[in-house]
Write a protein of this length. Structure first.
Ligand SMILES: Cc1cc2nc3c(=O)[nH]c(=O)nc-3n(C[C@H](O)[C@H](O)[C@H](O)COP(=O)(O)OP(=O)(O)OC[C@H]3O[C@@H](n4cnc5c(N)ncnc54)[C@H](O)[C@@H]3O)c2cc1C
Ligand code: SF4
Ligand code: SF4
Length: 468
C-alpha cells in the first residue's frame, strides 16, 4: 500500500500530513477544481521510505492505539472522548471576540502565548490575498499575523503540510487544526520525535460537516457574483455570531448571503466523501478543543450571544494549564459547562460521526468501495435503519451536488426549501428528545433571528442582502 492508493480510493482527508513529512518533496499540493487543495504524488521522486503512508490518517487509523498513546487510556465517553474540563466562554478582548468565529478564544490564546514567549509561532490559516479562493497555511509570529487568520474557513485546508517547515526550524509551536489535521500530526509526532518536541500545543476545532471546494464557488454564485475575477476576499462567517458568507469585490462592495441557514444546508449537501466516513467531531486528539456554543433546544439564551461564545474542552494537562493561565491573566472569561449540556448541544454533530459515519462505511463496503480502517473502533450506539437512510441520502445528495448542471439547477431554489434537507438529516441522526436540537435550527430561521442578522448587516457600509 502507498499514498497513491489512499488518493485513488477517496480516503484522503486533504490534511497535508504526507506533504509535510515527505523528505524528497515527492508529494505536493495543487488546487483541484472541485476538491480544492489536494495532494499530488510524483512517483519518480519517491524513495519508498513509507513515511507518508505510516503518518497518513486517511486509510488506516488505529484510533484506540493512538488514544492510549496520547492520553494513556481509551476514553469511557465515546461521544466526547477524554475530557478533563468543560468550559463555556469567550475572550475578554472585545474586538477579537467580535471578529472571531465564535468568541475569539483561539486567536486570543495564541496571541497571549506568543506575547508571553511560551511559543515561537502558531500555525494558522487565512485566505490568500493573491488567490482569494485559496487558503494559505502559515506560521504566525505576531498579534497581527494571528488576527489575519480569524474566523472559520469552510474549504479544504492542508494544515499539516506545515510540518515540513516545523521539521526545519527550531522553536516551540502551537497548531490550530480540524480533527483530521490533528490525527495526521499526532501520527507524525509518534514517528518523528523532533515534531513531538517542537509542537507543544494542539488546538482542535470541532468539526461536523466539511464541504468540498464546490461549496465555495456555489455560494459565490448564490450570492449573485458571476465573475470570480472580481473577488477581492471571501469571508465565511462575517459579522456577528454566527456570521454570514460575504463576497467582497474589488470595487469594495459586499455581496452577503442571508446567513445561518445558507451555510448550514450548503455544508451538508457538499459534504466531502471522506468527511462522511470520519468518526471525529470533537477533536478527540487535541490538547484544547473549541467550537460554537450550540445548546440543546436553541442558540444560547444570553444577551451577548451575538458577540460569540465557545465551548472549550481541555483534554491534557498542558491544555488545562494554558486555559487556567489565560483565565487568571484576564485573557479569557469562562464558566463551567456541564458534560451533559455540551453533549446535548453537540448531538447532531456527534451523531453524524458516531452513528452515520459507520452507516456510511457499511454502505460503501456493501457497494465494494474502499473504506478507512479504524482498527476495531465500533459505533458508540447501536445503528438504526434510519441512520442508514441518512447515510444513503448524504451519499446521493453530495454526489449530485458535485455536478455543475445539477447544482446550478438549485441555485435559485429558496433557502427555506433547501434547509428542509437539514431537518431530514437531523431526523435521521437523532432520536426522541435529541430532536430538541431542531429547535435551535428553528430559532435560526425565526423572524427574531433574521432581524438580528439584518441589523447586523447594516453595519456594513455598502451591502446587498441576497434574497434566496
Ligand atoms: C471546517 C470547520 C468546521 C467546523 N464545524 C463546527 C461544528 O460543526 N460545530 C462547532 O461547534 N464548531 C465547528 N467549527 C469550529 C468553529 O467554527 C470555530 O472555529 C471555533 O469555535 C473557534 O472559534 P474562535 O472564535 O475561537 O476562533 P477564531 O479566533 O476566529 O480563530 C479561528 C482559528 O481557526 C483556524 N481555522 C479556520 N478555518 C480553519 C480550517 N478550515 N482548518 C484549520 N484551521 C482553521 C484559523 O487559523 C484561526 O486560528 C468548525 C470550524 C471549521 C473550520
Ligand atoms: S496524509 Fe492526509 S493529505 Fe496525505 S494522503 Fe493521507 S489523508 Fe490525504
Ligand atoms: S469531518 Fe472529519 S475528515 Fe472532514 S474535515 Fe472534519 S475532521 Fe476532517
Amino acid at each position: 500500500m502507498d499514498i497513491e492508493h489512499v488518493l485513488e480510493n477517496g480516503n484522503c482527508h486533504q490534511c497535508g500530513t504526507c506533504v509535510g513529512v515527505c523528505p524528497t518533496d515527492a508529494i505536493s499540493i495543487a488546487q483541484h477544481p472541485q476538491k480544492g487543495m489536494y495532494p499530488v504524488f510524483e512517483r519518480e521522486s519517491c524513495t519508498d521510505c513509507d513515511l507518508c503512508y505510516v503518518t497518513c490518517p486517511g486509510e488506516e487509523f488505529d484510533w484506540n492505539g493512538l488514544q492510549k498513546d496520547t492520553f494513556g487510556l481509551v476514553p469511557v465517553d465515546k461521544d466526547l472522548g477524554h475530557v478533563r474540563e468543560f468550559w463555556s466562554g469567550y475572550t475578554e478582548w472585545l474586538d477579537i471576540r467580535q471578529k472571531g468565529a465564535s468568541g475569539g478564544i483561539v486567536s486570543a490564546l495564541l496571541i497571549a502565548m506568543l506575547e508571553k514567549g511560551q511559543i515561537d509561532g502558531a500555525v494558522v490559516v487565512k485566505m490568500d490575498e493573491e488567490h482569494p479562493l485559496q487558503p494559505k497555511v502559515y506560521i504566525a509570529r505576531t498579534r497581527e499575523e494571528v488576527l489575519a487568520a480569524q474566523q472559520s474557513k469552510y474549504l479544504p485546508v492542508p494544515t499539516a503540510m506545515i510540518l515540513k517547515q516545523i521539521l526545519k526550524e527550531e522553536g516551540r509551536f502551537a497548531v490550530v487544526g480540524l480533527p483530521c489535521h490533528l490525527h495526521g500530526i499526532r501520527l507524525a509526532q509518534q514517528k518523528m520525535p523532533r515534531l513531538k518536541k517542537r509542537i507543544v500545543l494542539l488546538v482542535g476545532l470541532i468539526c461536523g460537516f466539511h464541504p468540498s471546494f464546490t461549496n465555495t464557488t456555489y455560494l459565490i454564485r448564490r450570492a449573485g457574483v458571476k465573475n470570480l475575477d472580481e473577488i477581492k476576499e471571501i469571508r465565511y462567517r462575517d459579522q456577528a455570531w454566527p456570521g454570514g458568507f460575504n463576497v467582497i469585490k474589488k470595487d469594495g462592495s459586499n455581496n452577503i448571503l442571508h446567513p445561518v441557514q445558507e451555510f448550514f444546508w450548503a455544508h451538508a449537501v457538499f459534504e466531502r466523501e471522506r468527511c462522511a466516513t470520519c468518526t471525529d467531531a470533537m477533536a478527540e486528539f487535541a490538547d484544547i478543543v473549541c467550537g460554537d456554543e450550540w445548546r440543546g433546544g436553541g442558540v444560547p439564551e444570553r444577551p451577548d450571544f451575538k458577540d460569540g461564545w465557545s465551548y472549550i474542552l481541555t483534554r491534557t494537562e498542558v491544555g488545562s494549564k494554558v486555559v487556567d493561565e489565560m483565565v487568571r491573566d484576564g485573557v479569557l472569561n469562562v464558566e463551567p459547562a456541564a458534560r451533559n449540556m455540551v453533549k446535548r448541544g453537540m448531538l447532531p454533530t456527534v451523531n453524524l460521526k458516531k452513528k452515520n459515519a459507520y452507516a456510511y462505511i457499511r454502505i460503501r463496503k456493501f457497494l465494494g468501495l474502499a473504506v478507512p480502517e479504524y482498527h476495531g473502533l465500533e459505533p458508540a450506539k447501536p445503528l438504526k435503519f434510519k441512520n442508514y437512510v441518512g447515510a444513503a441520502i448524504i451519499m446521493l445528495v453530495s454526489t449530485l451536488f458535485e455536478n455543475n448542471f445539477i447544482n446550478r439547477l438549485f441555485l435559485h431554489v429558496p433557502t427555506k426549501f433547501m434547509s428542509q434537507y437539514l431537518r431530514i438529516m437531523y431526523k435521521c441522526l437523532c432520536d426522541g428528545d435529541e430532536l430538541e436540537n431542531l429547535k435551535g435550527q428553528e430559532y435560526c430561521e425565526s423572524p427574531e433571528m433574521q432581524t438580528v442578522i439584518r441589523d447586523n448587516h447594516k453595519l456594513i457600509t455598502s451591502f446587498e442582502v441576497v434574497e434566496n
